[in-house]
Ligand binder design. Structure first.
Ligand code: NAD
Length: 807
């Protein structure tokens, strides 16, 4: 006879299967065949093509799905464009009612959605039922609120227009909701393509749209494969593309949309650290890890896939972890007692397997549990890879499966260095009972979401999105709204490209001043020659190439000469800017004082600057004085904002505090336009540095002397060395070097349409954020068009730090 204790030890869960009748009935009602949802009705694909979707857990076919071609996408865009005319003018309150109705209907059909999701994707029903679907409903409630408040809270904005959206398979309905809810709440219309593996809940959602009477064409669902995705991202009539998926496809889309004037947001991959300090509650951290890497079979963009554990506790911690792993139940996703469901597809399974083999070949230790697996379907055992070199492929690349890679660290500094030793920056989880330490590390880790003593928490009220190659843009929170808005005064840029035959950014040789009797205007004949150098790392430096450019007035008069910077100068400037990064840690008050001081020193030399501007531009002295005055005023604006744009507390469903912190982006490359050589320079540099970035600036190519005169202003204003670096010369050559530089985090380019196109294309290298003007002039004198929120948002990225409170 067994003792009670033994029974407890050996007892397993009996199966608790979820009924699939309603989902099966729904599929049967549609005769297991689905067309496209365009203009509020089902439409046969013009391509006439269908493909089959099957259940990952059983490999059983589920339904035939339309595979859209280009002409289908075209029809969907037309339907969305037609709907935009009225939907964008529909009162916010009316839009709010629709979103509210959608939220309610999702709740009413929540079990059907959850079962369908688990069938199609293979995720455990506990997750689809308790996490995915409730978060979907929450997203529509939250954004119903923004539709209601748009006319009061966002009155200076308008919708961007018709949006093309492409999503992955790991959270099919949740990603769908994250894309659609903010877009339609704010008056945009959408064409969305679910991932080929997981289209079913999107199709059920299409029926909900019809059920709530959403006007036809506001939401169009176009199913299909990668080609259908490309047909969306390459279609000329979208005003914005929003993509979630792999970094590689993100790169393709960045290049495909370059120079088109379409807005773009990219939510890409990750390799997020899960950091355990020696003073962590280890049992809690182990449970955290289960949620971090075995949630959704590890097919989570923000999965805590890199365990960094302090060396002093590592051995014991990994032992505990293996024990916990051995208890994880892998099996039928529709069984409520299952922890880990099926991998979405044999292709994905093979990829995961390949990564584990790479780890083995790299000499790492592989531990896999011995749990039983169902005979049919697509499964992968929970896996722990330890003894890993931080530079190895498995420590660097996204595996996107239930595979945890473990490394150790000794000091706090080393923990931060390891955490940031990745090209990604999506999320991080930090475990320590010492809140001072945890929050300090949270500030230093480069990631969009940081969870302190918790992991994988999401809510509609806090934006989600990446740093670095994890993409740009946010979904959720007020910060996510701006992805679907443009300033009320701004039109959609439709750039006309002339093309340089691929020679953009090549060097234009500097010439000496022609000897034709013109007099340099920087002093009477006989005064001491003054040729400004470059300004790098707080010092005036001779240009590497030892070339000089002559600056002419519009009438051909020589105004002066400047150094002609080259690639090497740009690289030196980037290095200096990177070294000065500590600037971001100075408090806002300190930065404000310095920016005010720049304004004060500029003001003291206002007359001299005005004369120089008048000489270079040929404008009247009065007009030049107006420019200098506006530049001083603008410096005051950003000195003011240096301590007034720090972020906010996000009102999520977490019992605790979620801090939305507006962080500096890092090193920002800035190429200035020719018009308003001082004011445009100041309008771009001031917000960047006020918010803690360091900059490498290429001043106006035609009128650079306003910027070189500015060195002295900077030198006398306590600006730390390397915070502002100025390289004069050919704008496009220098901008090209900046945008191709992997250590530049963002590139702002104000020049030609063609240059803007190249900047966007080349930024795909390290997926740096870009801000370009497509050659469309801005009214730099206007405080509405050339200052304020838009500039501050470009100068920052939101990090949400989640801190649970209570026992
Ligand atoms: P994927 O990039 O292969 O596909 C995503 C979507 O893009 C699919 O709908 C696909 O059909 C489409 N697509 C593929 N090639 C395309 C092309 N050339 N042009 C246009 N569309 C194209 O990614 P996946 O395998 O479906 O999803 C996994 C990836 O998604 C992982 O890298 C993961 O990290 C990432 N992801 C990121 C987030 C986030 O919010 N950052 C969320 C979920 C998943």
């Amino acid at each position: 006879m067994s003792r009670v204790a033994e029974i407890f030890d050996t007892m397993t869960y009996g199966p608790a299967p979820e009924a699939t009748d309603a989902a099966t009935a729904w599929l049967d009602e549609h005769e297991r065949k689905f067309s496209l949802f365009i203009g509020g009705r089902w439409a046969e694909p013009k391509s006439k093509k269908y493909y089959e979707t099957s259940a990952p857990a059983t490999a059983a076919p589920l339904a035939q799905i339309a595979d859209a071609g280009k002409s289908d996408v075209d029809a969907a865009v037309k339907a969305a464009r037609a709907a935009f005319a009225t939907w964008s003018q529909t009162p916010g309150h009316v839009r709010a009612r629709y979103l509210y109705a959608i939220a309610r209907h999702i709740q009413k059909h929540s079990r059907l959605f959850a079962v369908l999701e688990s069938l199609d994707n293979g995720k455990p029903i506990r997750e689809s039922r308790d996490i995915d679907i409730p978060l979907v409903a929450r997203h529509f409630y939250y954004h119903a609120g923004w539709a209601q408040l748009m006319e009061t809270e966002l009155r200076d904005y308008q919708p961007v227009g018709v949006v093309g959206q492409v999503i992955p398979w790991n959270f099919p309905l949740l990603m769908f909701a994250w894309k659609i809810a903010p877009a339609i709440a704010l008056g945009n219309t959408v064409v969305i393509k679910p991932a080929p593996f997981t289209p079913l809940t999107a199709l059920l959602f299409a029926e909900i749209c019809a059920e709530v009477g959403l006007p036809p064409g506001v939401v169009n669902v176009v199913t299909g494969g990668d080609k259908a995705g490309a047909a969306i991202t390459e279609h000329p009539d979208f005003d914005k593309i929003a993509f979630t998926g792999s970094t590689n496809v993100g790169r393709i889309i960045r290049r495909a949309t370059a120079g088109t004037g379409k807005r773009l947001s990219l939510e890409l991959g990750g390799k997020s650290p899960f950091i355990v300090f020696d003073d962590a509650d280890q049992d809690a951290a182990i449970e955290g890890l289960v949620d971090a890497i075995w949630f959704n079979q590890g097919q989570v963009c923000c999965a805590g896939s890199r365990l960094l554990v302090q060396e002093s506790i590592a051995e014991r911690f990994l032992e505990k972890l293996r024990l916990r792993m051995s208890k994880l139940v892998v099996g039928d996703p529709l069984d409520k007692g299952v922890d880990i469901g099926a991998i979405v597809d044999p292709i994905q399974r093979a990829t995961i397997e390949r990564w584990v083999e790479i780890g083995r070949a790299e000499g790492a230790d592989i531990y896999q549990t011995e749990c039983s697996l169902p005979d049919q379907g697509c499964w992968f055992r929970p896996t722990l890879i330890s003894n890993v070199n931080p530079a190895s492929a498995i420590a660097q690349e996204e595996i996107f499966g239930p595979v945890l890679v473990a490394m150790t660290f000794r000091t706090h500094k080393e923990a931060v260095a390891l955490a940031n030793n990745t090209r990604y920056g999506l999320a991080a989880s930090i475990w320590s009972e010492n809140l001072n330490l945890a929050l300090d590390i949270a500030r230093q880790v480069k990631a969009g979401s940081v969870w302190v003593n918790c992991t994988n928490l999401f809510d509609a009220a806090a934006g989600f999105g990446g740093y670095r190659e994890s993409g740009f843009g946010r979904e959720g929170g007020k910060e996510g709204l701006y992805e679907y808005l443009r300033p009320a005064w701004e039109e959609r840029p439709r750039p006309v490209l002339e093309g340089s035959g691929g020679k953009w950014g090549s060097a234009v040789p500097a010439r000496p001043a022609p000897v034709n009797g013109h007099t340099p205007a920087n002093g009477p004949l006989g005064s001491i020659d003054r040729t400004p150098k470059l300004f790098i790392g707080g010092k005036q430096k001779r240009p590497d190439g030892a070339y000089t450019r002559t600056v002419y007035a519009p009438d051909g008069e020589i105004v002066g000469q400047v150094a002609d910077g080259n690639r090497k100068d740009v690289r030196d400037a980037v290095e200096a800017a990177r070294k000065a990064e500590g600037w971001a840690n100075k408090n806002g008050h300190t930065r404000a004082q310095i920016v005010y001081y720049i304004a004060e020193n500029l003001s003291a030399r206002a007359e001299e600057f005005a004369e120089r501007i008048a000489a270079m531009t040929g404008r009247s002295l009065e007009s030049a004085e107006e420019e200098v005055y506006a530049a001083i005023r603008r410096l005051f604006t950003y000195a003011a904002y240096a301590d007034k744009f720090g972020g906010s507390i996000q009102e999520t469903t977490l019992r605790g505090i979620v801090m939305g912190v507006n962080e500096a982006i890092g090193v920002v490359g800035v190429a200035c336009p020719d018009e308003y050589p001082l004011l445009a320079f100041v309008s771009l540099v001031a917000p960047a540095i006020a918010r803690g970035n360091t900059v490498v600036v290429v001043p106006s190519e035609r009128c650079p002397l306003a910027a070189t005169d500015f060195y002295q202003v900077l030198e006398t204003s306590d600006v730390p060395a390397g915070v502002v670096n100025i390289v004069t010369g050919g704008r496009d050559l220098l901008a090209k070097t900046l945008v191709e530089h992997d250590d530049v985090d963002a590139m702002w380019y104000f020049g030609s349409a063609e240059g803007s196109c190249y900047v966007e294309q080349l930024s795909a290298g390290n997926m740096k954020r870009t801000w370009v003007d497509y050659g469309i002039a801005r009214d730099w004198l206007s405080d509405t068009h050339a200052a304020g929120e838009e500039f501050l948002r470009e100068a920052t990225q939101v990090k949400n730090i989640w801190v649970p409170t209570g026992e």
